[in-house]
Design a protein around this ligand. Sequence first.
Ligand code: FAD
Ligand code: SF4
Length: 481
Amino acid sequence: MARRSRTKTPIAEQDPAIRKSNFDEVCLGYTIEEGQAEAIRCLQCKNAPCVTSCPVMIDIPGFILSIKEGDMQEAVDILGKYTNLPAICGRVCPQEKQCEQVCKLGMNKNFEPVAIGKLERLVADWALENQAFSKHIQNNEPKNGRIAVIGSGPSGLTVAGDLAKRNYEVIVYEALHDSGGVLIYGIPEFRLPKRIVKKEIEKIEALGVTIETNVVVGKTITMDEIIDEFDACYISVGAGAPNFMEIPGTALNGVYSSSEYLTRINLMHSYEFPKYDTPMKRSNHVVVVGGGNVAMDAARSAKRLGAEHVSIVYRRSLEELPARIEEYHHSVEEDIDYHWLTNPIEYINNGAGELKGVKCVKMELDEPDESGRRRPVPIKNSEFIIEADTVIEAIGQGSNKVLLTTFPELKLTKWGYIEADPKTGTTSIPGVFAGGDIVTGAATVILAMGAGKVAAVEIDRYVRGKKNTPVTTKSLRKDKR
Ligand code: FAD
Ligand code: SF4
């Protein structure tokens, strides 16, 4: 038997010197042979901890065993039981904080964990290339009910796919002109190619799900109409409203929110201007504020758009960086600089209303705050200026409010997210379910999907149970906050 390698099987990537000026995918994925070499490293643990740490509880040893045995179709079928979006999760899940963090192989200090995410991606890409999806036969039986899903991000797509498999008629309403949520408008092409997202969405449509784009629920159609016309609905409108530093100079030309910057690039294809209509400012010195995946994506996109110098300003240290570690390593390879323990306090005007620099202060870490992370505090007289013609704030997002403001009956948390039971997705209103970022606040793709999975089970239970006791808009209106 082949000896178990201590390190993960290396994976092909685009050369950093080349990729930093193109938007093509960075990681090129395993070949089947490389995947098998990696699969051999799995210990096939009983009560595998990797499974319990996965928010959708994928049978990880099961699909890895199928790869090892060369049965790719079996691996596809196993994955298909747990996830509707494996090619996406294999690319963007923070595996190092979930399945790979608890992998028993990696618990031995001489070994790296199994590359679970890369193996998931291998199986999913093989399925997309070979049209070898897990089989789901649509039948002609009468549907169990009609469900509306609001928002076509990973949470909405998951609930939609799972309910279609349970023989429901599902209509997904999406405000933008394209479906996929953050997968389409936020995460850049070089990390998650849009053709992959589109193929995964086509798979969900093939289950019988209808997606209607350019429909803003709360404006184009109301929640009253949704409640009257459907047996239940699932709200998954995400948390895409940007937070701002609110420091002097925010209104200067050259100051962007990451939401605007990335949406221009990804959804509106500004990196392909003039082929597409949306232009993007030419920047030379770019400062990105923040330390999450969004900050990495903004910085690496700015580099690809031709900026000479790009730096990330983060108020904590590398140890606390919330971004996926792979993205951090890739960013360093692409010549992104870091100002650790640094916070901006003012954007400086060149006298003509344009940004010319970012005044920052150095920070130190104090005792942990309520989040459990050490609290950054400014160091006196430590101000300095970074030259910049563009700054991109990537300091978190809040709830998308368009729907919420037109539906005051729905109970919200004190942070403005929907109050919903994480085990079922039920909200304060019968028949109205919710999940994903609009419940948790900005989180991860897999958590949003996990919420969709549990809600699908509960919606099915609810609709079957309520067929004799319909909920009307009138009865809902009595349920005031
Ligand atoms: P979303 O993906 O936000 O989708 C919500 C959808 O609802 C949107 O399409 C929106 O247009 C639509 N909508 C809003 N209001 C309405 C309305 N009134 N009517 C109709 N439709 C509406 N997570 C990871 O796990 N790994 C990563 O690497 C990662 N990188 C990220 C990079 C960026 C730039 C961003 C912004 C986020 C990243 N995340 C990452 C987080 C992850 O993408 C989100 O947690 C996830 O997409 C949330 O899914 P969702 O379905 O709840 O909402
Ligand atoms: Fe394999 Fe690691 Fe999961 Fe064990 S914990 S089954 S070694 S992937």
